[in-house]
Design a protein around this ligand. Structure first.
Ligand code: P6P
Length: 333
């Protein structure tokens, strides 16, 4: 079985940038993922569950493990000397990673990260995940970091992925050459190729949405939900929603389905953040043969204007996403 490192080297000809750099980026990500996995698996014992008592930039109750995961990723990227800046859900502003002057590796990568998404599920033992997105620095290397380095369209990503901390810990990524999954063998601390060339199944099977918000949804979304529930053709579809984007996404990628977090009357821009949740998941979606939009526009083409901006987010099976967009478009007429 390939390890993640062996797989990257085996496929180095298909990566547009330096394989050495990609290995260093993954060295940081793997190190952090293993540290977080260890804590997530025993959170109940180490009292790391529950709220930290801090409200984060999103106005959400920061969990102790959120803060821990944030710190672990910052430290692991610092130690590998390959990243020049990080934007995190847990930090209001971007973080500059100062390098040593003699650093042989020109630090030209930007990372945007949700260190621990779905963390409200920690206390109830439901799968949670890390989501990461990597770009080349946009402004000249020798220039100080600027916000423009982070406000890049999703179609400029060079690497995106997630780690799901569930019944097993799986790292899933894309560099634009398909989507591949690696399962952690905790006994040796190594990620092994377990899901090569992940692709959304043809079957239209699952729809994932928080129907508790039904009355606040736009009419086009309400019509799509009723479409999913009709007794016709291969419907009704199965409803599955665990309140953890990484968990819902990973299940739909394996079994076939659509994930929907639309705008509502209370959240006109939706809840999910464009830069470190929707863009990476959209890159993975398209590389796995799916479609990702805000209900009208392709996610990867959205021009960002602020670090923590939100967007409505629909991703998954091409036919299901297109059907939802049809309902949304007819809404206007
Ligand atoms: P709601 C977790 O907070 C998250 O960002 C995603 O992981 C998840 O899909 C969504 O929000 C759940 O939100 O409003 O349905 O509880």
């Amino acid at each position: 079985m390939y390890t993640l490192g062996e797989f990257i080297i085996e496929n180095r000809d298909r990566f547009l940038y330096s394989t050495e750099d990609l290995l260093r980026l993954f060295s940081s990500i793997k190190l952090a993922a293993k540290a977080i996995n260890k804590e997530v698996n025993k959170a109940g014992l180490t009292k790391k569950i529950g709220s930290s008592g801090i409200t984060n930039i999103q106005g959400e109750n920061q969990q102790k493990l959120d803060e821990f995961a944030h710190r672990v990723f910052i430290e692991s990227f610092k130690s590998r000397n390959v990243v020049c800046g990080i934007a995190s859900e847990e930090s209001k502003d971007f973080i500059v990673i100062k390098g040593e002057k003699e650093n042989p590796f020109q630090k030209k990568y930007i990372v945007l990260i949700d260190p621990l998404d779905g963390s409200s599920n920690i206390d109830v033992n439901v799968s949670i995940g890390t989501i990461f997105s990597v770009y080349l620095k946009k402004t000249p290397i020798q220039m100080d970091l600027r916000i423009e380095d982070f406000l890049q369209k999703g179609n400029k990503q060079i690497l995106a992925g997630y780690i799901i901390y569930g019944s097993s810990t799986i790292l899933v990524y894309t560099t634009g050459n398909g989507v591949h999954g690696f399962t952690l063998d905790p006994s040796v601390g190594t990620f092994y190729l377990s899901h090569p060339k992940l692709h959304f199944p043809e079957v239209e099977k699952i729809y994932s949405i928080n129907e508790g918000n039904y009355v606040r949804f736009p009419n086009g979304i309400k019509k799509f939900i009723r479409f999913c529930q009709e007794e016709k053709d291969n419907r009704p579809y199965t409803a599955r929603y665990i309140g953890s984007l990484v968990g819902d996404f990973h299940r739909n990628l394996i079994q076939g389905g659509i994930y929907i977090y639309p705008k509502t009357a209370l959240s006109p821009n939706g809840k999910l953040r464009l830069l470190y949740e929707c863009n990476p998941m959209a890159f993975l979606t398209e590389q796995a043969g799916g479609k990702a939009s805000d209900g009208k526009k392709r996610i990867l083409d959205i021009e960002p204007f602020k670090l923590h901006q939100r967007t409505p987010f629909i991703c998954g099976h091409v036919g299901m996403v297109s059907k939802l967009e049809e309902f949304m478009n007819n809404e206007k007429k």
